[in-house]
Ligand binder design. Structure first.
Ligand code: PPS
Length: 258
């Protein structure tokens, strides 16, 4: 793949991130008490949890084609733009996406009171989703086979790897009252239960009707049809190939449908 990769403090990152200087800025990033983070290894269900969090914190209103895109509402911390640069300027409550392992999270997190939800997904579905994503992105334009990608994933050479180290780091921190650890599998099996758990973690009161509404609005089928969260604009921007599938691909648990 034409994307250069760098190893930084034991983890693999896209070269552009390292070149952009973001890793020099990150250690000084100041979290605030009202910040809400969604953290994950890529393809674990980040987008799904982000939209659940966004709805819960915005009166359970569904977003639609006239809403700002998720990347603007919920910037990606370790990207230069829209990311860390837009986050430092934001005056209002911040919603932050990150794929950083806990060992590289800016240390201001510890005493900030900011809340973080980590989503983990089983390695098979994660790797398969990742393989299709690497084919979808024009920058990656992955030409290898599934089995060569799996080799890359298992030998910790995919971006944000090692996968197990990433998950274990957050797992070990799961008793921190400002960290909630959830899995894609439990969210898939019982979205209402996990949505309520996330609401409680964020100290938001929700009725059963609201939980139902959030669950329905963030179901795969609704999110896939919502331009504010489905990343289809990437195709117009040239970030994704038009004919190589969609970001919201299958949304299945333990699927082996290749
Ligand atoms: S990223 O690029 O890391 O932010 O990607 P991420 O959002 O973590 O993962 C994308 C996968 O999550 C699936 N997805 C969903 N599944 C079920 N329901 C909903 N609402 C949903 N939204 C996203 C998405 O389809 C990708 O998984 P695969 O297996 O490829 O379908």
């Amino acid at each position: 793949s034409p994307v250069s990769l760098y190893r930084h403090k034991g983890y693999i990152f896209p070269g552009q991130l390292v070149m952009s200087g973001v890793f020099k800025e990150l250690p000084d990033f100041q979290f605030k008490q009202e910040d809400v983070l969604v953290a994950s290894y890529p393809k674990a269900g980040t987008t799904w949890v982000q939209e659940i969090v966004y709805m819960l914190t915005h009166g359970c209103q569904k977003t639609n084609e006239s809403s700002e895109i998720l990347e603007t509402r919920f910037p990606y911390l370790e990207y230069p733009y829209p990311g860390i640069k837009s986050l430092v300027l934001k005056k209002e409550k911040r919603f932050i996406k990150t794929h950083l392992p806990i060992s590289l999270l800016p240390t201001s997190f510890e005493n900030s009171g900011a809340k973080l939800i980590y989503i983990a997904r089983n390695p098979r579905d994660t790797a398969i989703s990742y393989f299709y994503f690497m084919q979808l992105l024009t920058q990656c334009d992955y030409q290898g086979t599934l089995s060569s990608f799996i080799d890359m994933f298992l030998s910790d050479r995919a971006m944000y790897s090692p996968y197990f180290g990433h998950i274990l780091g957050y797992w070990e921190a799961r008793h921190n009252p400002n960290i909630l650890f959830v899995t894609y599998e439990e969210l898939h099996q019982n979205p209402h239960k996990i949505i309520r758990k996330i609401a409680e973690f964020l100290s938001i009161d929700v009725s059963d009707a609201e939980v139902n509404h959030v669950a329905k609005s963030t179901s795969f089928i609704h999110m896939a049809a919502n331009p504010s969260v489905n990343y289809e604009h990437w195709k117009d921007f040239g970030f994704a190939f038009k004919d190589k599938g969609t970001f919201l691909r299958k949304g299945m648990n333990a699927n082996c449908i290749l």
